[in-house]
Design a protein around this ligand. Structure first.
Ligand SMILES: [Zn+2]
Length: 226
């Protein structure tokens, strides 16, 4: 290969590479797979699954879920993240919400540490904040659930009792705030008469796995105090 050919080869390679970046860039952003690849190496059975807990019966408004969370008060996410949150059920306003965060669950043995957003079955559940789908998990208590993790890995948004996942939703996928994740339902131990989204915001650490205990912060406060 003479010099001209070499230079030509380099130019062509660089051009193709740029084109690939331009074409693939958007979808790469939407489909980061780093976490899903890590998760894929751990068998599902290995997870202690605190949220697959053995809570019995249903609650007052049909919820029952997430056991094993720390009950200590956690600091609120910074102002910016609070401002960026949206109510994760379509057409529900902050003023429609009830503060059920401190309600007892499981006969008083634990606190709810989440809010229940009541809505007709099938209403769209949307991402309260951007992040990456870390886990799609089905548990006895939570039914069909989604764990979305923030880009800094320190916040997990937990959605439970879904009727279904949005078509094509998969672990490792990046989601935008407001993106449809699924539909409101009453899977798990929610009452079929009171479909709702159980929604929790968990402050965790970068290293902690999705199923490890984390500090719950009150979504109601974040939705209404601004
Ligand atoms: Zn609940």
């Amino acid at each position: 290969m003479n010099l001209v050919d070499r230079v030509l080869t380099i130019v062509i390679t660089a051009t193709i590479t740029s084109a690939i970046w331009i074409v693939a860039g958007g979808s790469l952003i939407e489909n980061a797979t780093s976490i899903s690849q890590r998760e894929a190496t751990r068998p599902a059975e290995a997870a202690p699954s605190p949220r697959a807990s053995n809570t019995v019966g249903t609650e007052q408004n049909g919820a029952a879920e997430a056991g094993g969370l720390n009950t200590s008060a956690a600091s609120l996410p910074d102002e910016r993240s609070a401002r960026d949150l949206m109510v994760p059920v379509l057409n529900v306003r902050p003023t429609d919400l009830s503060d059920t965060f401190s309600d007892s669950r499981s006969g008083g043995s634990r606190l709810h540490e989440a809010i229940d957003i009541m809505a007709p079955k099938g209403t769209s559940v949307v991402a309260a904040a951007p992040g990456e789908i870390e886990r799609l998990f089905e548990s006895d208590a939570g039914g069909l659930t989604i764990y979305v993790r923030s880009a800094d890995r320190r916040t997990i948004y937990y959605y439970a009792h879904l009727d279904e996942y949005a078509e094509g939703l998969k672990e490792g996928q990046r989601v935008r705030r407001g993106q449809r994740l699924g539909a409101v339902g009453s899977t798990g131990n929610a009452s079929p008469d009171a479909p709702h989204l159980h929604f929790a915001i968990l402050q965790t650490t970068e290293e902690a796995s999705w199923w490890e205990p984390a500090n719950a912060v009150n979504p109601y406060t974040l939705f209404t105090n601004r």
